[in-house]
Design a binder for this molecule. Structure first.
Ligand code: AMP
Length: 304
């Protein structure tokens, strides 16, 4: 089996009420791959420009389980860059700027050695790029996609076409409302199921996540991190996805019950990301550390 991701590699500038970080490594695929690598190997496909800082490469290479054979550096292009600002309670984020750079060019190719990948994650990127990635992976068994406000707004038809082709979708609550016009997350999730996928995960930040699957519904609370532990929530969604998909890859599970367990692994993986800026919280993360937090989450979530 093999897990593959495509998405952005970005240069992020973050501003929070408690501090900020300039030009740190970010992007949806970077967070996903770093997060998944705590549980096993992950293949990354993405593009960066000539301006991609050498120290960002060094950091990504330090995650030993991340296979970078699908990373294209285009010397005459610019790397995707993004700025985000968090408001007082750290739950609301606004985008301060987006420079698409390489995202406006032809998408990166899946290398021959990656074409047998079976678990596919389409991290945030233009839905046409996500679709072209699927086309290059004929042996896929499970494909899951993410999306976000920008794409729902500017590439809605492409997004709908992609929803018909994937097994699962992960979005946050405001994106689910934007996509369906419905604020209740359960109703919104069912509306998304009508568009094609077999399951929908709606992330609700510090209020956890819900899973609506054709075989059942499940809830997972957020990891009980205090506000002093939340330094920078950027990448929490992608890290959630990385922990989630890596669990399915590692265990071979695909059914509702496996997907429910994977939710817990995604949740605790994200809890490490938000403790630092950039990818720092994911450095040297081990299965044992994740397992410890899964136990805490399990105990906290027990009912009856
Ligand atoms: P998350 O906090 O999980 O939503 O992920 C934030 C990451 O997504 C940041 O590192 C950004 O570089 C990246 N990002 C922001 N906007 C976009 C976008 N429109 N498409 C793809 N990636 C994005």
């Amino acid at each position: 089996m093999s897990l593959i991701v495509t998405g952005t590699l970005g240069i992020d500038t973050i501003d929070t009420p408690h501090g900020g970080a300039e030009r740190v490594p970010g992007g949806s695929a970077s967070y996903f791959a770093a997060a998944a690598s705590a549980q096993g190997p992950v293949r990354l496909v993405g593009a960066v420009g000539g301006d991609w800082p050498a120290e960002h490469r060094v950091l990504l290479e330090s995650f030993n389980n991340v296979d970078l054979a699908g990373l294209e550096q285009r010397s005459d292009s610019r790397t995707f860059a993004w700025g985000g600002r968090y408001l007082d309670n750290m739950n609301v984020r606004e985008t301060t700027f987006t420079e698409l750079g390489v995202l406006e060019e032809a998408p990166p190719e899946v290398p021959e050695s990656f074409r047998d990948s079976e678990l596919v994650f389409l991290a945030n990127s233009h839905p046409s790029v996500q679709a072209s990635f699927l086309d290059q992976l004929p042996e896929r068994q499970l494909s899951v996609m993410d999306s976000m406000d920008l794409w729902i707004e500017i590439a809605n038809p492409e997004l709908h076409a992609l929803l018909e082709r994937v097994d699962g979708v992960m979005i946050n609550d405001s994106e689910a409302e934007q996509l369906t016009g419905v604020s209740n997350p359960f109703t919104a999730a069912r509306k998304v199921l009508d568009l094609g996928p077999n399951f929908v995960i709606i992330k609700k930040g510090e209020h956890g996540a819900i899973l609506v699957h054709r075989d059942g519904t499940a809830l997972v609370p957020a990891y009980p991190a205090g506000s002093d532990q939340v330094v920078d929530p950027t990448g929490a969604g992608d890290s959630f996805a990385g922990g989630f998909m890596a669990y399915l890859e590692r265990t071979g599970g695909r059914d509702f019950s496996a997907i429910q367990s994977a939710l817990a692994w995604g949740t605790v993986t994200a809890s490490f990301t938000l403790e630092s800026f950039g990818l720092d919280g994911l450095k040297n993360l081990t299965i044992d550390q994740l397992e410890e937090r899964v136990e805490i989450l399990r105990a906290a979530a027990r009912i009856g």
